[in-house]
Design a protein around this ligand. Structure first.
Ligand code: FAD
Length: 446
């Protein structure tokens, strides 16, 4: 019998320390300030049994739990904090077509057939999100329209290649190349020389979407426990997890802790790098002023490697993201640095107060593709969406639910994507990543 117990270790303790981000914490976010009423869930006490135990209450875990419960399985979800507390409740809210890599690169890794499936899954991910929002009447300001904004001629070559690939190779007709005048119709800034408009991407209020999924999971019969951190697990043939105060026995486990899972499953921790990234929100600017910045209410991401992204909020603020910290700790002066980046795009916001500043951890993989797989025959995991998880995490939840129910074809397409470990432990991979990122940032300046 396979019997593995993973208890809390050094990496987990590190991760717990990193979660203490006082200035940029989750509670300081505009999302927390504008959150829908939260469903309350108890703390796990004592011993319970179920078909599937899901660890983590972000988009991945909530969607997996929901899809399983809707098909009649008995599901328990354990969340260390509150549902939506992780990246799912803090992110830029941008729903982005495809993956963090061009499809041509993905084809070179997995071949044309699997690449086609992966493209289709990316499209299904967006459709699934829209369908969930509608079916569960989730009030999360879902809006369609997005643009990649080009800062330099090199970016325009990328725009041309991206449009050609999406239209000609994948039959995606929702993208349109924009010249300097064209991007100004959508983004009233002198910073950009063109871009790629994607009417099939969009944005939403990420925390309210997560809370809506949590309410839907409750309604579908998922037993959700919050403030219930899993500190040990056995992924053998009779799996269980323990929170210290409680224990769950299940036929299957799904690990959906992503960047916040820490060292609970050390083999998994090595395939992702948690990177802290930040957003600011201005004061409410008034409808006319906010519309003057982004007349068509699209979400925007520039095309630098160390990218900036922004959008309007429903209450007419500008939400602006982009600062990163590879050590995971808040760098001093980051809020001010973020404001200066925003002023680089919109100098007219010089007099606008910044009301909120917050951050969270995004999990990146070496190849920037989502990492799905089996820790053992009874235990599945998904993480590392590398900045594309608003849509893709739900799809990962769906294919894990399918695999648990015995249909693993789609899960296995993801699982066949080759992944590598980050070299060294956390202590060594962080400096290596910082050096790599420095190189890319220097390239951004060219
Ligand atoms: C600041 C920021 C901006 C981003 N912007 C975008 C964007 O604009 N577009 C985009 O597509 N993606 C973006 N992302 C990434 C996106 O948010 C994530 O890919 C996505 O939310 C991942 O969802 P998840 O459910 O896998 O992980 P999470 O939402 O992080 O959920 C994991 C949950 O697991 C819980 N957990 C961890 N360990 C345990 C344990 N041992 N026991 C119990 N529970 C545990 C955590 O508390 C957490 O709530 C951004 C991320 C950040 C941080």
């Amino acid at each position: 019998m396979v019997f593995r117990v993973f208890a809390i270790d050094h990496d987990q303790r590190e991760s717990l320390k990193l979660r203490r981000m006082p200035k940029a914490s989750y509670l300081n976010s505009w999302y927390a300030a504008s959150a829908a009423p939260r469903p309350d869930h108890p703390i796990l006490e004592g011993e319970l049994a179920c078909d599937v135990c899901v660890v983590g209450g972000g988009y991945t875990g909530l969607t997996a739990a929901l899809e399983l419960a809707e098909r009649g399985l008995d599901v328990i979800l354990l969340e260390a904090e509150r549902c939506g507390w992780g990246a799912s409740g803090r992110n830029g809210g941008q729903i982005i077509t495809g993956y963090n890599k061009p499809m041509a690169t993905i084809e070179s890794w997995v071949g044309k057939d699997d690449a086609r499936h992966l493209w289709d899954f990316g499209e299904e991910a967006k459709a699934q999100l829209a369908e969930r929002v509608e079916r569960h009447a989730i009030a999360c300001d879902l809006t369609w329209g997005f643009a990649y904004a080009a800062l330099k001629p090199r970016h325009m070559q990328d725009v041309t290649a991206l449009e050609r690939e999406m239209r000609d190779d994948y039959g995606y007709d929702k993208v349109r190349r924009l010249d300097r005048a064209g991007i100004r119709d959508h983004v009233r800034s002198d910073a950009y020389i063109g871009g790629l408009l994607d009417e099939g991407s969009g944005h939403l209020h990420p925390l309210n979407y997560a809370l809506g999924l949590a309410r839907a999971a409750d309604a579908a019969g998922v037993r959700v426990f919050e403030n219930s951190r899993v500190i040990a697990l056995d992924s053998g043939s009779a799996p269980w997890v323990s929170t210290g105060r409680g224990r769950v026995r299940a036929r299957h486990l799904i690990l959906a802790g992503n960047a916040y899972l820490g060292g609970l499953a050390p083999g998994l921790a090595r395939t992702i790098m948690p990177v802290a990234t930040y957003l600011i929100a201005t004061e409410p600017l008034g409808e006319a002023r906010a519309k003057a910045l982004l007349p068509t209410n699209i979400a925007v991401s520039d095309m630098n490697f160390a990218l900036n992204y922004f959008r309007r909020s429903a209450d007419h603020r500008l939400l602006f993201g982009g600062g990163v910290s590879y050590s995971g700790l808040d760098a001093p002066g980051l809020k001010q640095a973020m404001r200066l980046k925003m002023l680089g795009v919109y100098p007219e916001l010089r007099d606008a107060r910044v009301d909120y500043f917050w951050g969270g951890q995004v999990a990146i993989t070496m190849n920037r593709m989502p990492h799905l797989g089996r820790l053992s025959p009874t235990t599945l995991f998904a993480h590392g969406y590398s900045g594309h998880g608003v849509a893709l995490a739900g799809m990962a939840g769906r294919v894990m639910a399918e695999a648990v129910r015995g249909t693993a074809e789609r899960f296995d397409v993801f699982a066949r994507v080759p992944h590598m470990h980050f070299p060294g432990g956390r202590r060594f991979r962080t400096p290596a990543l910082v050096l790599a990122m420095l190189w890319f940032r220097l390239r951004d300046l060219l």
